[in-house]
Ligand binder design. Structure first.
Ligand code: PLP
Length: 409
């Protein structure tokens, strides 16, 4: 008998986006002619940078010519891209990362899920609350979480992000083995300082733990004092890996390209305490299960590192950051406390009411779709995530209708 992986039965949260779609559908059934504006999405809206598009086209043409055709590429990514990444994203910022420590992939989402197969089943995992749901659900699928009761999985350690800690969680007060951190954060938009990140690196060293640092939103950082990479922190090479993606950085959500940094100094342990190099394990995994990102996509990603590419991706992020500023200003002027929207495309609005109730108010009274914070975890109750990924025109329209809603607070 072919049997199911029963861990899948413990999953909860596909509930969030399906419930949003259902509520939109209900609204539109009752109000078929009323247009709505979606400010809940975590997907970019502006097209690819021109330099990326040109490089993409050129590489496609190369594949159509016998003299320049390429078949399977290196599973770890082409040298031309890995070298640019190491130089521009890390070495230029004082982070000691070499090209052969970069693994190019088709997404940070896949990498964050796939990396877990290198870890034992019974490790203790710390996840932020609220959280990017992928970290939790992929561990549920792997059977590491226990069952779900009262909004929480039994075996996870939750790192609470609340107004009390400015949405930067405190160190766990127990020993954990794997820690997920994401800054600038999705969903809260919060950022972490170098001093605080240093404490996490020290904790990981003391506990022989590993940090998975998700820097998918690094391109939105404007405050020069904030770390762009965990590898700007001394000692992080031994206890951290970092996820990066061109999705939010360069509009690649549909094009698909990302990378994971695994320093050669990073070790994990056998039950008897023997040290195993994580880099070698991941290389073994990737060469067995992955055949690399398509050549034209890697050429498009490489173009990000040209002078014109750097200028274009800065302008892309600036556009969304201006939207974010308008969103933050509007909600603040309406009397709501907000986090994010600076150094981040997300604004985390404290509504102090039931998240779904507030979601409904904005849908029915302003025809604006947001994301209820409770969908990201227990600590998200009483919050709303508003996304700046939209056109300026839509953002202005949405904010005008939200401002016109009577009795919002
Ligand atoms: C969007 C996002 C990513 C990027 O995922 P890709 O698979 O590279 O598109 C990674 N982490 C977080 C927290 C995100 O919001």
């Amino acid at each position: 008998m072919i049997r199911v992986n029963e861990n899948y039965q413990k999953l909860q949260s596909s509930y969030l986006f399906s419930e949003i779609s259902k509520r939109i559908a209900d609204f539109q059934k009752e109000n078929p002619d009323t247009p709505i504006i979606k400010m809940g999405i975590g997907d970019v809206t502006l097209p690819l940078p021109k330099v990326c598009l040109e490089a993409f086209h050129k590489a496609v043409d190369e594949l159509g010519n016998a003299a320049t055709f390429r078949g399977y590429g290196p599973e770890q990514g082409y040298g031309f891209l890995r070298e640019k990444i190491a130089e521009v994203d890390f070495q230029k910022r004082g982070a000691d990362i070499a090209a052969d420590e970069i693994f190019v992939s088709d997404g940070a989402k896949c990498d964050s899920g796939n990396i877990q197969e290198l870890f034992a089943d019974d490790i203790v995992i710390a996840v932020p609350d609220p959280v990017y749901p992928v970290y939790v659900d992929s561990n549920v699928m792997a059977g590491r979480t226990g069952s779900f009761t009262d909004g929480r999985y039994a075996n996870l350690v939750y790192l609470e992000s609340t107004p009390g800690n400015n949405f930067v969680p405190d160190l766990p007060n127990q020993k954990v083995d794997l820690i997920y951190l994401c800054f600038p954060n999705n969903p809260t938009g919060a950022t972490i300082s170098k001093d605080v990140l240093k404490k996490w690196v020290e904790y990981a060293k003391e506990n022989n733990a590993l940090i998975i640092y998700d820097a998918a939103y690094v391109q939105f950082i404007r405050d020069p004092s904030l770390p762009h990479s965990i590898f700007e922190i001394k000692g992080a090479r031994e206890v951290a890996i970092e996820l990066r993606s061109y999705s939010k950085t360069a509009g690649f959500t549909g094009t698909r390209c990302a990378y994971t940094v695994i320093p050669k100094d990073c070790f994990i342990y056998t039950s008897t305490g023997e040290k195993i190099q994580l880099h070698g394990l991941w290389n073994r995994r990737q060469t067995t299960k992955f055949n690399g990102v398509s050549y034209p996509v890697q050429r498009a990603a490489e173009a990000v590192y040209s002078a014109a590419g750097q200028k274009e991706i800065k302008e892309l992020a600036d556009y969304y950051l201006e939207n974010a500023k308008l969103i933050r200003e509007t909600f603040t002027s309406l009397g709501f406390a907000c986090t994010g929207g600076e150094n981040s495309p997300y604004i985390w609005v404290q509504t102090n009411t039931d998240s779904w109730e507030f979601f409904n108010t904005l849908l029915y009274k302003a025809q604006v779709v947001t994301t209820p914070g409770s969908g990201f975890g227990k600590c998200g109750e009483g919050f709303l995530r508003v996304s700046a990924f939209n056109s300026r025109e839509n953002v202005k329209k949405a904010l005008a209708s939200i401002t016109a809603v009577p009795g919002k607070k």
